[in-house]
Design a protein around this ligand. Structure first.
Ligand code: C5P
Length: 236
C-alpha cells in the first residue's frame, strides 16, 4: 500500500441506500445492499488511498470485513447523508456517490407511531430530496481550492422505445457535471443486492463524451476498473 497509485489521496465514498423516516418505527427505503460501495472502498484502500465510507443503512456484517483504517460514518436519511458528504467534501481529493438516494421523502414525520385510521386508506405526501451529487459539483465550482477534486456518480438506467439506457446515461453525465459516471444497464437484470454486475465508465475527453468498454464481473472486479479510471483522472 505504501506506493499505491492513490497513496496520499483521500477518497470519500457513499454506499448503501437511504431510509426516509415516516415515524419512529417506519421508513421508505430501497433494496441497495451497499456491496458496490464496500467493494469500491476496498479497491481504493488497496490502491493506497485514505478512505472514508459514508454508510447508509449497510448491514453490519458487510462492514466488519473492511480494513480498520477505513473511517465509517453511518447515516440513515438523505438529509443525513447530504450533511455527511458536505462535511467530508472539504477534505476529499475524490468523492464517489455510490449510494442509492431516495428522490422523495415524506413531507411530515411524526414523533409517535402513526395510528390506523379506519378503512379509508392512507395518502402520503412526499417532497423532493436534494440531489446530493449535483450539490457537491456546484460547491466544487464555488470553491477555488476544491477545483481539482474528482467527482464520480453512478447511473443505473433502463432503456425504452425511443432512447437506449446508454443514451440516458450520456445525458446524465452532462447534466450532473461529474468527471466520471459509472453506468449500469438494469434493463433486464437487477444489479441491486447481486454479486455480479456490468458497467461502462463515461468520461469526457476534450469536451467529447467518451464511453468506455463494458466491464463484466464481480463488484470487486468492476470496482478495480472504476478505481483505475479514477486514478487516471488525477494524472490528467
Ligand atoms: O439521477 P440519479 O438518481 O439517477 O443519479 C444517480 C447518481 O446521483 C448516483 O451517484 C447517486 O448517488 C446520486 N444521487 C444523489 N442525490 C439524489 C439522487 C441521486 O446524490 N437525490
Amino acid at each position: 500500500d505504501a506506493c499505491g497509485v492513490l497513496t496520499g489521496r483521500r477518497i470519500v465514498i457513499s454506499a448503501g441506500g437511504t431510509r426516509e423516516p415516516l415515524d419512529p418505527v417506519r421508513f421508505l427505503g430501497n433494496r441497495s445492499s451497499g456491496k458496490q460501495g464496500i467493494a469500491l472502498a476496498k479497491a481504493a484502500h488497496a490502491a493506497g488511498a485514505d478512505v472514508e465510507l459514508v454508510a447508509a443503512n449497510i448491514d453490519s456484517g458487510l462492514l466488519t470485513g473492511l480494513p480498520d483504517d477505513i473511517t465509517i460514518t453511518p447515516v440513515e436519511s438523505t438529509l443525513e447523508l447530504q450533511y455527511a458528504m458536505q462535511s467530508a467534501q472539504t477534505r476529499a481529493d475524490a468523492i464517489i456517490m455510490a449510494a442509492a438516494v431516495a428522490d422523495y421523502r415524506p413531507a411530515e414525520t411524526t414523533d409517535s407511531k402513526m395510528k390506523k385510521s379506519g378503512d379509508e386508506g392512507l395518502t402520503l405526501r412526499l417532497v423532493q430530496n436534494p440531489d446530493i451529487l449535483r450539490g457537491l459539483v456546484d460547491e466544487r465550482s464555488r470553491q477555488t481550492r476544491l477545483g481539482d477534486q474528482i467527482i464520480v456518480g453512478f447511473a443505473a438506467e433502463t432503456g425504452d422505445a425511443e432512447t437506449t439506457a446508454l443514451d440516458y446515461a450520456r445525458a446524465k453525465f452532462r447534466r450532473k457535471g461529474v468527471d466520471l459516471l459509472v453506468f449500469n444497464d438494469v434493463s433486464d437484470d437487477q444489479a441491486f443486492g447481486h454479486d455480479d454486475t456490468m458497467v461502462q465508465i463515461i468520461t469526457s475527453d476534450a469536451g467529447d463524451i467518451n464511453v468506455g468498454e463494458e466491464f463484466h464481473g464481480s463488484k470487486d472486479h468492476v470496482s478495480q476498473k472504476v478505481i483505475a479510471a479514477l486514478s487516471d483522472q488525477f494524472t490528467h
